[in-house]
Design a protein around this ligand. Structure first.
Ligand SMILES: C[S@@+](CC[C@H](N)C(=O)[O-])C[C@H]1O[C@@H](n2cnc3c(N)ncnc32)[C@H](O)[C@@H]1O
Length: 387
């Protein structure tokens, strides 16, 4: 990758000469060139700014030096030899890991670092007729110039260029790569000034460690950046209560989302939860015993049951796919079982013959398979034991 930076303060880019560029250059991965914009200003004082048309405070960067800079840096050859030109500006697209990933695929990037009140708009318009133009902001604040932004963007992009990082795996687990912040990290010693490393990290149990890290990443993200994940993914404070008529709409949507996987796992089986109407759902929530689970206000789970003879028929046990696998299904099952009336002698439910995950959960909860009661549908039961 080749990176050109155009600035009136080339010394500001000196850090690029240090670790980053040094390492990448040694490996032959990156070619970074810094250019002084004033070499393309031809008056005695090498002037690059002038007063704004229309009046107002400050100065604006003149188009002519920038025009010549781009004439020198944009090849007139084939499209794929043309750079992506990044104008750093507080009114640009917010910079993010996703934008960094995108820029890391480019062969050439030219950074245009603004100063004063910015660059004459016609420069951006004219360059856009010749190559891809991106206006990128480092964040919602105003810097004195674009150099710091160019440095930050370069650093984030270059470490994604294949071959730059010694251990490419460390990129995969980083903050923002999977939409989550990274879990906390620890190194030796295991005990330091009375602060201990979480015991799970010393356990050698790779499954438990992966689970703990995932949980910490979700927890951190929900607490610190609710704009990235909904706080409902922290199901610690889940509120389980009887359904109300007003829950019908959300329940209808949740049900549709939850049974799509079932349909996939049980090809050819018609799944009522995916086909019934909102009115049909309203009818059974009015008739059956139904519990709903809410976390941070959001409906994340539900279950229903009704008595048929001596059988407490449990059904529609659902957990939102993004909070599945955290024990909420099991909790809902226990809560609905606890509501079985005195005349019930058995808990019973149906699930898909191909729904291996569900069956595993029900078996762990004490249910036994009683065989296929319709093509692709199995029945499971458990005797009710009362003290
Ligand atoms: C003082 S700023 C100009 C701010 C401009 N008058 C405005 O309000 O948008 C000068 C230069 O700093 C750079 N700059 C300032 N804040 C930035 C940010 N958040 N992200 C990227 N570049 C920034 C831009 O290159 C800009 O042209």
């Amino acid at each position: 990758m080749r990176i050109d930076v155009v600035t009136i303060f080339p010394d500001y880019l000196a850090p690029l000469e240090l670790s980053l560029a040094g390492k990448a250059r040694e490996k032959g991965l990156i070619d970074i060139r810094v250019h002084d914009l004033r070499q393309w200003a031809h008056d005695k004082h090498r002037t690059v700014d002038d007063t704004p048309y229309g009046g107002g405070a400050g100065m604006v960067m003149k188009p002519e030096p920038w025009g010549e800079a781009f004439d020198a840096l944009i090849s007139t050859g084939a499209n794929d030899e043309r750079p992506t030109v990044v104008f750093t500006t507080p009114s640009g697209q917010p910079f993010s890991q996703a934008v960094a990933r995108e820029l890391a695929t480019r062969e050439r990037i030219v950074f245009a670092c603004g100063r004063y009140e910015g660059i004459d708009q016609r420069v951006l318009d004219e360059v856009a007729t010749r190559c891809e133009v991106r206006e990128i902001s480092l964040g919602d604040y105003v810097l004195n110039g674009g150099e710091v932004a160019a440095l930050a963007i370069t650093e984030a992009v270059v470490r994604l260029v294949p071959g730059f990082m010694g251990n490419a795996e460390s990129l995969v687990e980083e903050s923002h790569e999977d939409g989550l912040l990274e879990y906390p990290v620890y190194t030796k010693p295991a005990s330091w000034r009375g602060h201990e490393v979480p015991p799970v990290l010393l356990s050698g149990d790779h499954g438990a460690i992966a689970g703990w890290r995932r949980d910490q990443a979700v927890r951190r993200t929900a607490e610190r950046r609710p704009d990235l994940v909904h706080p409902s993914v922290l199901i610690d404070d889940v509120d389980i209560r009887p359904v109300q008529a007003g829950d019908a709409g959300e329940l209808f949507v949740l049900q549709r989302a939850c049974w799509v996987q079932e349909e996939h796992d049980n090809p050819g089986v018609r799944i009522p939860a995916l086909h019934e109407t909102l009115d049909e759902l309203r009818a059974w929530i009015a008739r059956d015993t139904v519990l709903v689970a809410r976390s941070a206000g959001r409906l994340v789970g539900a279950v229903r049951a009704s008595l048929d003879g001596e059988s407490w028929e449990v059904g529609r046990l659902m957990v939102a796919p993004d909070v599945a696998g955290r024990g909420l299904g099991r909790t809902l099952l226990e809560r609905i079982e606890a509501l079985a009336p005195a005349e019930a002698a058995t808990y019973a439910l149906f699930t898909g013959a191909g729904s291996a995950r569900n069956q595993k959960m029900y078996k762990k909860a004490g249910y036994r398979l009683r065989g296929e009661i319709a093509p692709g549908v199995v029945r499971m039961t458990k005797a009710i034991r009362r003290p």
